[in-house]
Design a protein around this ligand. Structure first.
Ligand SMILES: [Fe+2]
Length: 309
C-alpha cells in the first residue's frame, strides 16, 4: 500500500517519520473486509494510527481490536469485569469517583510514564494496543510515541551488528521499581510476571521492516555484567527517544489511538490526578510468537561474554 492512495479511508501523516490520522471511517459499525485491509496496511506503514471521533463502547472496541488478532488477557487487578479491557483511569468505575493518587491502582499506572512497549515483560509481547479516550483532562495526560524503526535505521552499522547478537531481559517488577520505590505488588502478582528474554531488534514479517526493541522493562543484557548491560540499554533508550523520533498525541474525547508495540515505544504524561478525570480504555492484540526462540536465547547468552570483552 506504500505510496498508493487509499480508496476507502483518508490517511494524513502526523509526523515526518511515522503516525497518521485516519478519517472517513466509522468504527462503531462492522468494517467490510476491503476497508479493514486498508486500515491494516496503514497500520503496518505508519505504526501509530489516530482515529478521531469514534464513539465506541466496550463491545465495539473489542470487536474492532479482534480484527487484528487474539486479544491479551490483562494481569489480575488491572481491569474491571472483562479481562480483555484495561482501564487506564483515575476514576473508580464502581463509584465513579476519583481514586486517591496514592492508591495501589494509581501507583501501578505511574509506570506508564516511563518509555515502554506494552507487554514486553510477557513471554509473547503485544502486537498492537488500542487506547480509547472516553474522558480526557483539559491539560496534561498526553501520550508520546517514539519511532523505533527510524531509531534502528539511524544506528551505526557496528551498533546494529552488536544489538542483533544480544538478548535483553525484561521485567515488570524492575520497571515498576523505577517509579514507585515501595513494593506494591503481592507475591502472587510477581509470580505472574517473571523476567523474560526479548530480542533487541525485531522485524515485522509483513513488510520486513526492522525496529529497535527496548523499553523501561528491559533490565539487563543476558550474559553481560550488570553495569555494562545497563549502559547499553540506557544508551539505546536515550538514542530512540530523541525529540526527532517522538510524536506527541494530545487527546480529544473519543479519539481511538492504536500503535504497533513492535515498532514504537510510548509513555503517558502526568496530569492533575486529584482534580481532573481521565478515563481511557485499552485493548491489546497479542503477538503471534516470542521475539526470539529459547534456543537462540541460549546461543546468544553463551556468546555474549565474548562481545562484552
Ligand atoms: Fe503502555
Amino acid at each position: 500500500m506504500t505510496g498508493q492512495p487509499y480508496r476507502h479511508i483518508t490517511v494524513r501523516p502526523l509526523h515526518p517519520l511515522f503516525a497518521a490520522e485516519v478519517t472517513g471511517i466509522d468504527l462503531t459499525q462492522p468494517l467490510p473486509d476491503d476497508v479493514f485491509a486498508e486500515v491494516a496496511a496503514a497500520f503496518d506503514e505508519h505504526s501509530v494510527l489516530v482515529f478521531p471521533g469514534q464513539r465506541l463502547d466496550n463491545d465495539r472496541q473489542i470487536a474492532f481490536s479482534r480484527r487484528f488478532g487474539e486479544l491479551e488477557v490483562m494481569l489480575k487487578g488491572v481491569v474491571g469485569e472483562d479481562r480483555h479491557l484495561a482501564g487506564i483511569s483515575n476514576v473508580d468505575p464502581k463509584t465513579n469517583q476519583i481514586i486517591p493518587a496514592d492508591h495501589p491502582r494509581m501507583l501501578r499506572q505511574y509506570g506508564n510514564e516511563l518509555w515502554h512497549t506494552d507487554s514486553s515483560f510477557k513471554p509473547v509481547s503485544a502486537k498492537a494496543s488500542l487506547l480509547h479516550g472516553r474522558e480526557v483532562p483539559p491539560s496534561g495526560g498526553e501520550t508520546h510515541f517514539a519511532a523505533m524503526r527510524a531509531a534502528w535505521d539511524d544506528l551505526p552499522a557496528e551498533k546494529k551488528r552488536l544489538c542483533e547478537r544480544l538478548v535483553a531481559e525484561h521485567s515488570f517488577v524492575y520497571s515498576r521499581r523505577q517509579v514507585v520505590k515501595e513494593d506494591f505488588l503481592t507475591p502472587e502478582e510477581k509470580a505472574e510476571v517473571p523476567p523474560v528474554p526479548q530480542a533487541l531488534v525485531v522485524e515485522n514479517p509483513r513488510n520486513a521492516r526492522k525496529a529497535l526493541y527496548v523499553a523501561s522493562h528491559a533490565e539487563r543484557i543476558l550474559g553481560w555484567p550488570e553495569a555494562q548491560g545497563r549502559a547499553l540499554l540506557d544508551e539505546l533508550l536515550a538514542h530512540a527517544t530523541q525529540p526527532k523520533y517522538v510524536y506527541t498525541h494530545r487527546w480529544r474525547p473519543w479519539d481511538l489511538v492504536m500503535w504497533d508495540n513492535r515498532a514504537t515505544m510510548h509513555k503517558g504524561s502526568a496530569y492533575d490526578y486529584r482534580n481532573h478525570r481521565r478515563v481511557m480504555v485499552r485493548t491489546t492484540v497479542a503477538g503471534d510468537a516470542p521475539t526470539i526462540t529459547a534456543d537462540e536465547v541460549r546461543r546468544r547468552e553463551a556468546e555474549a561474554a565474548t562481545l562484552a570483552a
